[in-house]
Design a protein around this ligand. Structure first.
Ligand SMILES: [Zn+2]
Length: 483
């Protein structure tokens, strides 16, 4: 058989796959609340004969679906969570379906189903005897907030997998060769003594003083960390009223750097600064690590293989899709350059949404964002790519991305499914490729051990709304390189 057979298998399921993606789009569910979405994907995989394990890593909506036998084990990942406040009709003008409601601003309905298409095509190849081994679909919830993959990694879900190929919706077709930032997040909660702010201030110890001294400490620290280190914070609790000495106050802090070890060194200093601030303000501080992720370990062997499959897979678009793309594109004032370096912006901006695949725009770079795929990439060789589901220049987390995600984006979703299928098939049938990907993974990792910082498993109740604002994903502004 050829890869074209895999592509044909996906095209044959066109209606079923687009209907499934549309169902997810119509019912956008927030991180860790993606019960219906997870159930729909699980059901589709069960129908195909996959064995599905639900509730992986103690997270209700995390699942692992597996098909196959002896031989190499290859996997793909599907996300399916939506974003708050992003409700939007499939129209070329801003029009929420439900004011303030959630919406698929990051295209995860397409992400979840595109990967599923790929997994199913590979499953059929194994079933026909055209490939030997197993294919695994990782249902990875809570990407936007909660970092579901990290907990699945820690629970050992990826332990027996030889390689993973995954993708993300975007507006161009390109393999990923870059890295991104490792990150730690903390909540620093100060506790003091409340008192009448005018009548008995001497009896009070202000928890807000602790927070502000910590903020000052961080500001002074900035000069004495490597330039690539980023420290962000917000005051998440500043007390109740100005005439009460605040008994409780809290700050959320994030530390990012390209290198995980650098993040940990700076995090240690921020913890010390918190202790110092507590000492100075006569308060106590309780430090909780709320997040911690690795940057992505790129894999060129997998990127090369993905690129060759991209060149072989066709991208088809109906006239209606094409004209809707043009209408949506006309609403973008300031295009996103999808992380392209300045010297490539013109070339990238001119690339048509469904044009030929581009060379990686992130080669050798460290993107200004963090993702829970980073932890996966430190445990198993991970190949990544982006597929065009939105008109050229569309930023992620925009209403245009939501509008495109219903029908227009399904073309890119099916394309992505083909690329996942072809790449996983190559890994199952080409021992040399798998060995190369593994060798590169070992070499890049070197003798650094993967050790995820401990923190509580995310639940809908311990993920407050506020953390969406301090999300692990960099805020996307139109000209921001992050996607
Ligand atoms: Zn996303």
């Amino acid at each position: 058989m050829t890869k074209q057979d895999l592509f044909d298998d996906i095209e044959a399921e066109h209606d079923r796959l687009t209907a499934l993606s549309e169902q997810l789009w119509e019912n956008p569910e927030l991180s860790l609340e993606e019960h219906d979405s997870a159930a729909l994907l699980e059901e589709a995989l069960r129908e195909e004969g996959f064995t599905v394990e639900s509730g992986v890593a103690g997270i209700d909506t995390a699942f692992v679906a597996r098909y196959g036998d002896e031989g190499p084990v290859v996997g793909t990942m599907g996300e399916f969570d939506a974003l708050p406040g992003m409700s939007q009709a499939a129209k070329a003008e801003r029009e929420p379906i439900e004011e303030g409601g959630p919406g698929h601003g990051c295209g995860h309905n397409l992400f979840g189903v595109g990967s599923l298409a790929g997994a199913i095509a590979v499953k059929r190849a194994i079933e026909r005897g055209d490939a030997r081994g197993s294919v695994v679909y990782f249902g990875t919830p809570a990407e936007e907030i909660g970092a579901g993959k990290v907990f699945m990694v820690r629970a050992g879900a990826f332990d027996d997998v030889d390689a993973v190929v995954s993708w993300h919706p975007d507006w161009l077709n390109t393999p990923g060769r870059g890295s991104c930032l490792a990150v730690d997040s903390f909540e620093m909660r100060f506790e003091g003594e409340s008192s009448h702010a005018a009548a008995a201030p001497e009896a009070g110890r202000s928890a807000l003083d602790g927070v502000q001294l910590l903020g000052n400490g961080i500001e002074y620290m900035r000069e004495h960390v490597a330039e690539s280190v980023r420290i962000h914070y917000v005051v998440s609790d500043g007390g109740q009223a100005a005439n009460i000495v605040p008994e409780e106050a809290a700050m959320e802090v994030m530390v990012r750097a390209p290198d995980r070890a650098a993040v940990e060194r700076v995090s240690e200093r921020v913890r010390d600064a918190a202790e110092g601030a507590a000492l100075m303000s006569g308060t106590d501080v309780d430090v909780t690590q709320t997040g911690g992720m690795y940057g992505v370990l790129p894999n060129d062997a997998l990127a090369d293989s993905i690129r060759s499959t991209m060149d072989a897979a066709e991208f088809t678009l109906t006239d209606e899709q094409e004209s809707f793309a043009a209408d949506l594109k006309a609403t973008l004032d300031d295009p996103s350059y999808a992380g392209a370096p300045p010297e490539r912006r013109e070339e990238v901006a001119e690339a048509a949404m469904f044009g030929d695949p581009l060379d990686a725009t992130d080669e050798g770079g460290v993107g200004s964002y963090s993702t829970d795929a980073g932890d996966v990439s430190w445990n198993v060789p991970l190949g990544r790519f982006r597929a065009a589901t939105w008109p050229t220049g569309t930023p992620a987390h925009s209403w245009q991305a939501v509008a495109a995600g219903k029908e227009l984006g399904t073309a890119g979703m099916l394309f992505a499914g083909k690329v996942v299928a072809g790449s996983l098939y190559d890994l199952l049938t080409d021992e040399e490729l798998l060995a190369e990907a593994r060798a590169e993974f070992e070499e890049r990792k070197g003798d650094r051990e993967y050790e995820s910082p401990s923190r509580p498993t995310p639940t809908p109740t311990n993920l407050s709304d506020r953390r969406f604002a301090a999300s692990t994903r960099a805020p996307v502004v139109a000209s921001d390189p992050a996607t």
